[in-house]
Design a protein around this ligand. Structure first.
Ligand code: ZN
Length: 492
């Protein structure tokens, strides 16, 4: 009996002990579960935070190429698309996981879109941090990471327009030069062509040839942003503005009698093709691009004031763009020679400018005196199309008053209606602009320029054209601008 009771007690104790230990185990499981869930949440939170916030800061550092390399091990480089949604660059992955960067338009967008092997250039460079980033659902991203699968990078939508780019590319033909198309109100770059070009799909194969010393074409140089050329008569826009600013009450009293050669001491300034322009007022001299008249205007100008005006317009400084660019140069300040004054007033001499900068000057006239920052990235979107980041137009600076811009608008309109720029205009829109035929070496054809905008009543598009050794701006550059205006205003 006693024995039995003892046995029962022992059994009870054992049961209690078993229950206690079972409860303990349960508690441990719950605890471990909580810890894991907690850690998991922290991890997701961190990854999410990293993906959405921190990483952008890290990646946008251009010196972070090592980190970018690391990201390219995790992400497939995203696509670059035009403003109308056409693919300009994409990465294709074959069955073995081999990635190939493909450029569906070949050489048409070569310089502005750039390439991403052999270093990065163009948009491939300035948007690299966005292309090698992802904003897909963080949970999905973790899943991909666990499967050791690469994630598709974000898509960068640009301001570039395929129709305008193609029109500019075809119109420039096999000439060397550049075409830049801007929206004057926003600074959005709608097209940017540079020739000679290259096919970015073949960049690895043609690299050695492109960089070899025998190749004198500088195919890799983006002439639109890096090419420095004498502005020729397009610079008369600034000579004219300085003259108006120095003679606000009586600039319209100006008159000049052109007999094709303007002589000052031993120096002579010739008008294009030795044409005698005869009796001219200021607007006629500008419309006909009379070199004698503008050289004589230059002699009356205060050049330290002219220097300030040029700096205000962006000479001697890096242009506000992330694209590789060279600074335009205006060097004359004071105690300058008569020859330098005569030459500089008509856009010859030591002054140099890039086609992009010349487009910005014409855009400032069209935009009533406000110069906008040129920009080419519009939005960054996740693979599913959610907009992650938007780039907005930014004022660069006000370079002249609205009244002064209105005068230049009227004078630039006269260039097209009564002067050298008539070939820039087609049907259905009205253009204002300025031609230039810039001498750069004795015995060679001049570089041909045209800068201008349409429509004069409500400017939406600015075109800057430079044709190396193209001859006269009116016959070589203006028709290329017209092809772009036609594409913009035409039915197709
Ligand atoms: Zn003349």
């Amino acid at each position: 009996m006693r024995q039995q009771r003892r046995t029962k007690k022992i059994q009870k104790r054992t049961l209690k002990a078993e229950g206690r230990s079972r409860k303990k185990v349960n508690r441990e499981i719950v605890l471990v579960t909580y810890v894991f869930v907690g850690l998991f949440l922290i991890m997701i939170g961190y990854l999410g935070y990293f993906t959405y916030k921190e990483s952008d800061t890290y990646r946008n550092n251009p010196y972070n190429s090592k980190r970018q390399q690391l990201f390219s091990d995790r992400y497939i480089r995203g696509s670059i698309v035009s403003s109308d949604g056409k693919t300009l660059a994409e990465t294709k992955v074959d069955e073995d996981g081999k990635e190939t960067r493909s450029y569906p338009y070949g050489s048409v967008f070569a310089h502005v879109v750039g390439y991403s092997t052999k270093g990065n250039t163009g948009i491939e460079s300035i948007a690299s941090s966005y292309l090698l980033n992802t904003h897909i659902n963080p949970a999905l991203q973790i899943l991909y990471e666990l499967k050791e699968q690469k994630t598709m990078g974000d898509t960068v939508k640009t301001t570039l327009n395929v129709k305008l780019q193609k029109a500019a590319y075809e119109a420039l033909g096999d000439k060397k030069g550049a075409v830049v198309v801007l929206n004057p109100k926003t600074g959005a770059i709608l097209a940017m062509v540079s020739k000679p070009d290259y096919n970015p799909n073949e960049i690895n194969e043609i690299w050695d040839e492109l960089v070899s010393e025998e190749n004198k074409n500088s195919n890799l140089v983006n002439r639109a942003t890096q090419g420095l050329y004498p502005p020729g008569s397009t610079f008369k826009i600034l000579t004219l503005l300085e003259y108006i600013q120095e003679n606000p009450g009586n600039y319209e009293d100006f008159s000049f009698d052109c007999d094709s050669v303007y002589e000052v001491g031993d120096y002579s300034i010739k008008c294009s093709k030795l044409v005698s322009h005869g009796e001219e007022d200021l607007i006629t001299a500008f419309a006909k691009s009379c070199n004698g008249a503008f050289a004589s205007i230059g002699q009356t100008l205060n050049f330290s004031s002219m220097y300030k005006l040029c700096e205000k317009f962006g000479f001697n400084e890096k242009l506000p763009t992330d694209l590789l660019s060279n600074a335009s140069s205006f060097v004359l300040k004071d105690s300058i020679s008569v020859w330098d004054v005569l030459q500089t007033s008509i856009g010859q001499g030591k002054t140099t400018i890039t086609p992009l900068h010349n487009a910005m000057i014409a855009a400032a006239v069209a935009n009533n005196g406000v110069m906008m920052k040129p920009y080419v990235l519009d939005t960054v979107e996740s693979e599913s199309g959610t907009v992650i980041k938007s780039f907005s137009p930014e004022n660069y600076r006000t370079v002249m008053s609205k009244d002064e811009a209105a005068i230049l608008q009227k004078y630039m309109r006269a260039v097209v209606t009564d002067g050298t720029g008539s070939k820039a205009e087609g049907d259905g829109y009205q253009v204002a602009g300025k031609t230039g035929s810039a001498e750069f070496a004795t015995g060679k054809e001049t570089h041909a320029w045209f800068v201008g905008y349409a429509d004069v009543e409500d400017p939406e598009i600015v075109v800057s054209v430079l044709v190396e050794e193209g001859g006269s701006g009116g016959s070589a550059a203006a028709p290329i601008a017209r092809a772009v205006f036609d594409a913009y205003y035409g039915e197709e």
